[in-house]
Design a protein around this ligand. Structure first.
Ligand code: HSE
Length: 438
C-alpha cells in the first residue's frame, strides 16, 4: 500500500483516530467533500476509533464504522490516510508509528506528540516513503507549518514569535479590559468552554511550549527538546500589572518565541511579556492567535486567525488530507537536519524587565533596591510609586530596567526578596524587544 492512497478507482479511504469535536468536524468535512462537485478527489471515512462507541455523536458517518478497535484503521488496506486527533503521547505515538510502518499516510493535530517525538516520527515516515503532515498541531486554522516548510525555505529565519494559546489570550484580554483577576476570569473561561476543567496545559504554558518547539524545529532545522524551552505561565499576573503596564505604554501577553543566530545559538521561550502597545501583537485579543515570522529575505510576515475550534482545526487537517489525496509524496526530506544550532541558555537572554514590589513607604527603601540592581549591573530606566497606603506605610514600586542579562536579574530578584524593607516582590516580567523601540 506504500504511498498509494486510493482504495479503489474513485475514493481515498480515511481512518479517524478520535471522534471528539474536531474529529466530528473532520468527518463532516470529508462527507461534504464526498458529495461535492469536484470529481478529482473523493474521500470516504472507512472507520473511526473512539474510546466510548456508545456515546451519541452529531456526525455524518455510518455508526457501524465507529468502534473502539484501532485495527479497523491502522494497517487496514482500505485506509490510505490515518487522521490522528486523539491528543497526548500515549497511545497516539504507537498508533502513528504503526500506521506509518504499515505504509499509511498520517495527518495529525497532536502538538504534544509532534513536539516530544516529531523527529522520530518524521524519520519513520521518511523510511516508509509516506507523508506525516501536522499543520493543525500549531495555531489551529492558521497556515504556519506549510509556509515554514515550503514557502520560506530560502530565508534565514531571524525569529518566530507568537500568541499561540487562545485560552490564555482570552484570559489576559479580559483581565486587561475589565480589570479582573486571573482566578475570576479563568472560572468564566471554564464556564464558556474556552478553558478546560484542568487548565494546566494552557495557563502554565505547556500547550504554547509544544507549539513553539514544533515551529522552532521547522524554522531552524534543529531539534528543540521540550525540556530546554524556558516556560512560565500566567497564574501570577494581576489586574494591577495591566494598569501599570498600560501607564508605561505596554500590555501583557503570553508570548512564545524562538530566535536563533550563529553566535548566540537558538533560544526558545514561553512566558508572559510586556508588549509595546504600538506593535501589532499587542492588538491580538480574545481567543485569536498570531504568529510573526522574520526572515532575512522576506522581512516581517504576519499570520493571524482562529487558533482552535472544530472548524478552523478541521480546515488545517483537511488541507493536509487533500494534499495527500491529490498526490503529495514524501520526498525523503521531512526529518533531515541540514543546519543545527546550539541551544542557548535562558540565563544569557537580555531584555528590559518590569518589576513590581510591595515595599515599606519610608526613606531609603528605593535606595536599597537600586543598590541591589546596581550591584547586579542592572540599570534602572524608570520608577513609579503607586497605590500608596499611608495607613499601613506601604506602597507599590514599579521599576522598569534597561536591558539586562536574565541571570543577573534572577540573582538581583533573590536579593531584593531578602531586603527587610521589601514586603513582597509581586511581579517580574520581561519586556519583549521590538526593533529600535526598546
Ligand atoms: N487549548 C489550545 C488553546 C487549543 O487554547 O489555544 C489547542 O491547542
Amino acid at each position: 500500500m506504500t504511498g498509494s492512497v486510493k482504495t479503489d478507482n474513485q475514493s481515498t479511504g480515511i481512518g479517524l483516530l478520535g471522534l471528539g469535536v474536531v474529529g466530528s468536524a473532520v468527518a463532516n468535512a470529508v462527507s461534504q467533500r464526498h458529495r461535492s462537485e469536484d470529481p478529482s478527489v473523493s474521500l470516504n471515512v472507512v472507520a473511526a476509533v473512539v474510546r466510548d462507541a456508545s456515546r451519541k455523536r452529531d456526525v455524518t458517518i455510518d455508526p457501524c464504522a465507529i468502534s473502539t478497535k484501532p485495527e479497523t484503521v491502522i494497517a487496514n488496506p482500505e485506509v490510505g490516510i490515518v487522521v490522528e486527533l486523539m491528543g497526548g503521547v500515549d497511545p497516539a505515538f504507537d498508533y502513528i508509528t504503526s500506521a506509518l510502518n504499515a505504509g499509511q499516510h498520517v495527518v495529525t493535530a497532536n502538538k504534544e506528540v509532534m513536539a516530544k517525538h516529531g523527529g522520530e516520527l518524521l524519520a519513520t515516515a521518511d523510511e516508509n516513503n509516506v507523508c506525516l503532515y501536522y499543520e493543525a498541531s500549531v495555531a489551529g486554522g492558521i497556515p504556519i507549518i506549510g509556509p515554514l516548510m515550503n514557502d520560506l525555505t530560502a530565508n534565514k529565519i531571524q525569529s518566530v514569535r507568537g500568541i499561540i494559546n487562545g485560552t490564555t489570550n482570552f484570559i489576559l484580554t479580559k483581565m486587561s479590559n475589565e480589570g479582573a483577576e486571573f482566578n475570576d476570569v479563568l472560572a468564566e473561561a471554564q464556564e464558556l468552554g474556552y478553558a478546560e476543567s484542568d487548565p494546566t496545559a494552557d495557563v502554565d504554558g505547556f500547550d504554547a511550549l509544544y507549539k513553539i518547539s514544533i515551529l522552532a524545529r521547522l524554522a531552524y532545522h534543529t531539534e528543540v527538546p521540550v525540556d530546554v524551552i524556558h516556560r512560565e505561565g500566567i497564574r501570577e499576573i494581576h489586574a494591577k500589572d495591566f494598569r501599570y503596564a498600560s501607564e508605561l505604554g505596554y500590555t501583557i501577553k503570553l508570548l512564545a518565541v524562538a530566535q536563533a543566530n550563529a553566535d548566540s545559538g537558538l533560544l526558545a521561550r514561553v512566558h508572559p511579556a510586556l508588549i509595546p502597545l504600538d506593535v501589532p501583537m499587542a492588538s491580538v485579543n480574545g481567543v485569536l492567535n498570531a504568529v510573526e515570522v522574520e526572515g532575512d529575505l522576506v522581512g516581517s510576515l504576519w499570520f493571524q486567525g482562529p487558533g482552535a475550534g472544530p472548524n478552523p482545526t478541521a480546515s488545517a487537517v483537511m488541507g493536509d488530507v487533500l494534499r495527500i489525496a491529490k498526490g503529495a509524496v514524501n520526498d525523503g526530506g521531512s526529518s533531515s537536519v541540514p543546519e543545527s544550532f546550539a541551544i542557548a541558555s535562558m540565563a544569557d537572554h537580555e531584555c528590559q524587565y518590569y518589576i513590581r514590589l510591595t515595599a515599606s513607604d519610608r526613606p531609603g527603601v528605593l535606595a536599597n533596591v537600586a543598590r541591589v540592581l546596581g550591584d547586579a549591573d542592572i540599570s534602572i530606566n524608570s520608577v513609579l510609586q503607586k497605590d500608596t497606603d499611608t495607613e499601613n506605610g506601604r506602597a507599590d514600586l514599579v521599576i522598569m530596567t534597561h536591558p539586562a542579562r536574565e541571570a543577573n536579574m534572577q540573582s538581583a530578584a533573590r536579593s531584593i526578596r531578602e531586603l527587610d524593607t521589601v514586603l513582597q516582590l509581586d511581579s517580574l516580567l520581561r519586556v519583549e524587544t521590538y526593533g529600535a523601540r526598546s
